[in-house]
Structures are given as structure tokens and as C-alpha cells.
Design a binder for this molecule. Sequence first.
Ligand code: 13P
Ligand code: ZN
Ligand code: NA
Length: 284
Amino acid sequence: PTTPLPEILAPAFAERYGVPAINVFNELSMAAVLEGAVEVRSPLIVQTSVKTVKQMGARTLFAIWESLTRDIEIPVALHLDHCPDRDVITECLETGWTSVLFDAHELPVEENQRQTIEVVAQARKHGAAVEGEIEAITGVEDGLGTDAPSERQTLDVQLRYLEATGVDVFAPALGNAHGAYKEAPVLDFERVSAIVEAHPVPIALHGGSGLSDEQFKEMIARGTAKVNISTALKHAFMKSGLEYLKECEASDKWEPVKLFDVQARAMRELAMDMANTFGSAGRA
Ligand code: 13P
Ligand code: ZN
Ligand code: NA
């Protein structure tokens, strides 16, 4: 069974641990991160990009999710990551996703706020939750986004948005970026504290791949209860696969299932590492 996102994030926010929110891209990666979370008894948010939804199809992806989580005994949720497209939001909510990131940061903030109110009302009808975003998080993720530094809104604008929309999670720009960091990231920890003190809402830390354990811990201590990881899982999948394929070439033995085992193990270990680092291990 799945658990509503607010029920997963409320204890994490209150007790200051971070729930790994990992972007999966196929059945193997979904199964591997779920197995890792079960092994260390961590809650887990499984995320899908719009690109993955389009590539696999919402119904196929959801059927896999249902079969993998039917008997699971840890709190898990299925979340649609950065989605500016209202039609894809509707499709995922109707199919069974438990939460969505309505990412309309490219719209003027007033219009973003107006539409987010609509998306929240729509999600509530499905018993689903909404993450909101009004500032660009730099870097490119599955074809979306840019490397340009983001324009930041004032705290007043952020609070107005949070109060008007009632989003369940908020994703501000924090000096974080999607993908591998080109320069060492300088994070704005104070920004999290300022928002959370004025309006207690779980914060999402995007761009998790490439941050240090110290940066994760400081962010989580201030209220980033949802920690997004994508690039690191892709690397685990691709690099473990590459290593193994080199062995196949050397021995001229080609066994696909062994390749999948190697890749699954690498992804499982990443999920366990993240849960240990974020303090979510042992919470489920
Ligand atoms: P990374 O690819 O940097 O881990 O970012 C993940 C993310 O923010 C997904 O929304
Ligand atoms: Zn992101
Ligand atoms: Na990153």
C-alpha cells in the first residue's frame, strides 16, 4: 500500500530527518530502491520525471508500482517530479500517483499561484498531495530546466504563495542545482530556516546528487524533509553496468540477467546509503 505524502513527511519534518525522494527510470531501478528502503527500514518517495512517464506510459509505470508495493511494509509514495504540464498532472493523478510537483516557476508568480490553487484542489479530490515551486532550480533534469542562475522571490512572496495555495511541500532555490555540480555548491541554509519559522512546511531539497553529508545534515536539521536524488542513481546504474560489460567483453560471456543483478545491487546500495545519511533508516 502507499502512504499519503504528508503522512510520510510530517514525522520527518518534526523529528528532522530527510526522506529520500529518488527518481527512477524503469522497473529495475524502482524495485532496487524499494528493496534498499525495506532493508534499512526507511520511508521512501519514488519519483518519476515527466520524461519517464511519457517514455514508459503512466499506466505501465503505475502497474509496475502497484505490483512492487502491494505487500510492502514501509511507508512509500509515488510522486511526479517537476511537471509544468497540467495534462500530465491530470493523467498521473487519475492513474494513481500520490503526489505531484506542479512546477510553474516559469510563469509569473501570481499566475503560478493561481494555477497551483487549482492543482491543489484537483489533487485533493484524488487524496493526493502537491509540491510547489516558484523559483528555478538551476541545472537540467531529464531535458527540463536551464543552467542560468535563478531569480529569487522575497520571503513575503514565498509566504503569500504558501498561505494561498496550501501546498504540502515547498521547493525553494537554495543554491542547489540539478545534475553534477560544476563548482562546489554554496547553499543558503538560512533561507530554509526563514521559511520554516514563518510557515512550518516541509521543504524539498532538490539537486541532491553531489552534496556532501555535512550539507545534507545541515539542510535536514533546518527542515528539508524531502531530499531529491536523481543523477546519482543514473550513475550507479550506468557505471556498475559499464564495469560489468567490460568483464563480459573480456570473458566473451553475455548474460543479461547478471547485468541487471549488478545494476540492481548498486542502486539498492545507493538507496541504503542515502537513508543512512539522511537519518531516515530505522524510521519505518
Ligand atoms: P540531482 O539529479 O542533482 O540528484 O537532482 C534531483 C532532483 O532534484 C530531482 O527533482
Ligand atoms: Zn528537482
Ligand atoms: Na545535483
